[in-house]
Design a protein around this ligand. Structure first.
Ligand code: SF4
Length: 511
């Protein structure tokens, strides 16, 4: 049917037209060899059963929707929080296109990173020439202050030696000798984006601080970890400002991934100044806001900088209390009244919503540190975790989380699943349903299947706008988390009670 350019039909309406319906039906029959609708329905129902759950959990050789990303994605994220930094990925172009679009789709912001575009010849002879040419072109075209190099699986499988390659490239004159070119090996067949973040953060800090040990600067360093809420770094800075604490954030992606539209394109907005990062070695202490994205970095800081490197999680009432008290103890600065008032507001907000949350059963999946912070907060408001699924968590994470669950009267029913994917999560939701679940945008397919209300918290969030702009840490962040959860439940009650004269007994104006 010819289209009228004055009246372009949206695809939703377009594909309802008879010719498209016929086309889809033909495709199903002729090319896909599809089973009958009844058979599809029968198998779909069976996949909701306990019998299928047991088969699903016996699965070993296949991962379906893994709930984690590749190492270089996390490495790029860590690098982009430093001033003027261009991530350079030694490996195949397709991988890098995926990392860039993944971050761009979440933030609705451009994400600059280059790839050395290794192809078959590099796979056979090694990627040294790609590195020499790639660094030269990147430096000349994009004028970065630092190029942070990581790898994809391809470069790792053939065994490219980044340290030697970068030295060779500098000797060949690709980039100036004094240009910082830190690197991290980031093979995606082990670990996840959280490991990649840690590897790159350690690589950058060790490169920038080499030979910089000097006079103590009295500052506290903060490592946010793979935290994709730009509001969190801003909230952290506000809290530190209120307390009068001098700090360096390693690294700060908040301006890069939330840059203003001024009409001028800026390739490297914001970021931690390289000189501040180099001086971090002379700081008073380092505080990581996540544990499992910073393990190697903290170990490096403790050993090489001879600096205390602790984990503090400023999430929920208890977490934020502990965070502020620890900062006060570390710096000798008092906790200002303004923060005490904010605490009172969060406690008040929890009291307002408690009746709707107490005893509500939930499931959650995501990165280890996100799970710990969100689950701790939900336990504080009386919600009860049932399924906790973490593909990229390890034994230490399980132990820490189990201790949190054991310490709460609401954590008794929870099971922690490590190394499982979202298809496992689906079986859990069907066989042991919950009142709501928490996850990233990939969970919307589970929401559609199971009809269980979903709260979008985590990364990536592709299908809702602006959630990443909010803070989730501190007392203010607690109010945001509370708002998202309680209103999801109230929306669901409205949805279930909205038939006039039939189910609207509880379709209330006031909740
Ligand atoms: S798993 Fe390896 S090859 Fe695949 S996208 Fe990630 S880095 Fe590239």
């Amino acid at each position: 049917m010819p289209q009228n350019p004055e009246r372009i039909v949206d695809h939703v309406d377009l594909f309802k037209q008879p010719e498209y319906k016929q086309l889809f039906e033909n495709k199903r029959k002729e090319f896909e060899g599809a089973h009958s609708a009844e058979e599809v329905e029968r198998v779909a129902e069976w996949t909701k059963s306990w019998e299928y759950r047991e088969k699903n959990f016996a699965r070993e050789a296949l991962t379906v929707n893994p709930a984690k990303g590749c190492q270089p994605l996390g490495a790029m994220f860590a690098a982009l929080g430093f001033e003027g930094t261009l991530p350079f990925v030694q490996g195949s172009q397709g991988c890098v296109a995926y990392f860039r679009t993944h971050l761009s789709r979440h933030y609705k912001e451009p994400c600059s990173a280059v790839s050395s575009s290794m192809t078959e010849d590099a796979a056979v002879f090694g990627g040294l020439n790609n590195m020499i040419e790639g660094l030269q072109v990147s430096y000349q075209l994009y004028k970065p202050k630092m190029i942070a190099v990581c790898t994809t699986c391809m470069a790792e499988v053939i065994g490219d030696d980044l340290g030697a390659f970068i030295t060779n490239a500098k000797n060949a004159g690709s980039v100036p000798q004094d240009l910082p070119v830190p690197f991290a090996h980031t093979p995606s067949f082990v670990g996840s984006h959280t490991t990649g973040y840690d590897n790159m953060m350690r690589g950058i800090l060790s490169s920038l601080t080499e030979g910089k040990k000097g006079k103590a600067n009295g500052k506290v360093n903060f490592i946010p970890g793979f935290d994709t809420y730009v509001g969190n770094n801003r909230e952290l800075k506000r809290i530190l400002g209120l307390m009068g604490i001098d700090y360096t954030i390693l690294s700060d992606t908040s301006d890069y991934f939330d840059s203003p539209n001024t009409g001028e394109y800026e390739m490297y907005p914001g970021g931690t100044k390289l000189e501040d990062a180099a001086d971090a070695i002379n700081g008073k202490a380092t505080v990581a806001l996540q544990a499992y994205t910073t393990a190697k970095t903290r170990e490096y800081i403790a050993k090489s900088w001879n600096q205390e490197a602790k984990v503090l999680r400023p999430f929920g009432v208890k977490g934020t209390d502990e965070f502020l008290m620890a900062l006060s103890e570390l710096t000798g600065k008092a906790i200002p009244e303004e923060l005490e008032i904010e605490r009172g507001r969060l406690v008040d907000a929890i009291t307002d919503s408690y009746a709707w949350l107490h005893g509500k059963k939930f499931a959650i999946y995501g990165d280890p540190d996100l799970i710990i912070s969100v689950t701790s907060f939900l336990l504080e408001v009386g919600a009860e975790p049932v399924h906790i699924l973490c593909n990229n968590g390890d034994g230490e994470f399980k132990q820490e989380l189990q201790a949190i669950l054991d310490a709460s009267p609401f954590g008794k029913e929870a099971t922690i699943w490590l190394g499982k994917d979202l298809w496992h999560f689906r079986s859990l939701l069907f066989t042991e349903p919950v009142d709501f679940f928490v996850g990233n945008s990939y969970g919307k397919y589970l929401w559609r299947d199971t009809k269980i209300p979903m709260v979008r918290i985590g990364y990536p969030l592709f299908d809702r706008h602006h959630l990443h702009r909010y803070a989730t840490l501190g007392y203010q962040g607690g109010i945001n988390l509370l708002t998202w959860v309680v209103n999801t439940l109230l929306d669901e009650i409205d949805r279930n009670t909205n038939i006039t004269g039939k189910t609207d007994i509880s379709f209330d104006l006031i909740r």
